[in-house]
Design a protein. Sequence first.
Lengths: 295, 295
Amino acid sequence: MFLSNLIDGRVIAEQLHGETSQRIASLSQRGLQVGLAFVRVGEDPASQVYVGMKEKTAERLGVRSVTHVLPEQVSQSELLELIARLNADPLVHGILVQAPIPRHIDSAQIYSAVCPKKDVDGFHPINIGKVLLGDPSGFLPCTPAGVHELLIRSGVPVAGADVVVLGRGNIVGKPMAAILMQKSPHADATVTLCHSRSRHVAEHCRRADIIIAAMGVPLFVKAEMVREGSVVIDVGVNRIKDSSTKTGTRLVGDVDFVNIQPKALKITPNPGGVGPMTIAMLMRNTVTAAENFSK
Amino acid sequence: MFLSNLIDGRVIAEQLHGETSQRIASLSQRGLQVGLAFVRVGEDPASQVYVGMKEKTAERLGVRSVTHVLPEQVSQSELLELIARLNADPLVHGILVQAPIPRHIDSAQIYSAVCPKKDVDGFHPINIGKVLLGDPSGFLPCTPAGVHELLIRSGVPVAGADVVVLGRGNIVGKPMAAILMQKSPHADATVTLCHSRSRHVAEHCRRADIIIAAMGVPLFVKAEMVREGSVVIDVGVNRIKDSSTKTGTRLVGDVDFVNIQPKALKITPNPGGVGPMTIAMLMRNTVTAAENFSK
């Protein structure tokens, strides 16, 4: 029981990578090499790690990736110029601007500048709009799309389920809610979105069939907030102090995994749950962009 | 009590019209006449009525409107051509394609063809995306924006409230949920979106502070689904059979008003609740489009 209720994101991500690499190979046979451009601004250590992992996965799957590193002090217009160049480059099918972008840059303008057809991160307003409208012609944002795939491929019944999404960020919470509320046999959930101003978060969680935690609050979801037999997905990545480690910090999720695992029907470990899925969805979006380009 | 708990959409819409007509007058003093184009396809009687009401309101507020009526059999490309012409016309600041569009037309393509800056209906995916992202640079869809204004101007506390939205249409339900979940002193609600596949609709409604019914199911919300002291907003417009009337039909909402009014803290009549607000928000969006154009 204690092992069997784990939703293994690494295994499911590998399934997806297998499907994606077949599509990449098929394009390659037709003479098209899938191309992905990363844009990283400044020397944020987490950004370096994330882009590094994405580069490695791209290479492993046969995607040609190029990383553009810009200095922390880059101007809005310089960044926009680079994006315009990548938008026009026929060898680039997907563009990813790694968050966080420095504060002096208007990030909404940057995400809006990426050509929607190359917006494999799914951050462009037109792609976000298509998520809410249920229009399948756009790109889904990678993390919520990855959570959705995790649920589907773990056999969690989503249709008709009461889902509580914790957190209303533009990258996870809000698009997550939008994906699960759509009219579709794989969605059709009744979604409640809770956030920092919500009054009855614990009550909402206790009646949920599925809880998706993306608040960015360390160990926010406690055992007493979860009813026996629910499914718990932890999207959180929070760095907290821990004097027992070499660095003096460690990463924890939004979910008190240790105390919740015994009562959950299914639960994601963290790390090893949602994280690998984000990259898998990025690669899937990228090959879709290349396929659309080749049509 | 029986009269005082009514949310009078006509009165609130008139307040809004007053504000909008001042902005129109101010543009007019600077030599800009606000222009609005209506596109109506076929001879659907409801469309004729709706466009007629919008034309009259436009005239009353000093907006120059032109209505383009196309035959039921119009082709996709002819309709797209008209929209392209209106997009390019500097005298037209807002474009409204009246729903319903005949079934042989791909309505998503039509709504996407309207220039986002002239999309005063707020149906373009980029504007819908901005709603979900909380980006104020877009246009809000008129009916959910109108419901939001009704709540604010009736003094209903939305922040922190548990709101249940019934219905997940692209025109009302989904953007309604998106508007109310935003981080903002006027929003900040905890929103649950219920639909035809939801399992515990009555339970969700009974715990709600605010119920917004936009299912399109006649008298769906019954008194036993509403707790004493909640706020009930009826967006529904359903034509049902009634042999006692001259036409053999009559219009009813999604809410059993007669039995719910005595227990509601506040409730919209129907007609006279949400309907007038939709037109008020259309006019407000149109003057905003003209102001943006003049900048």
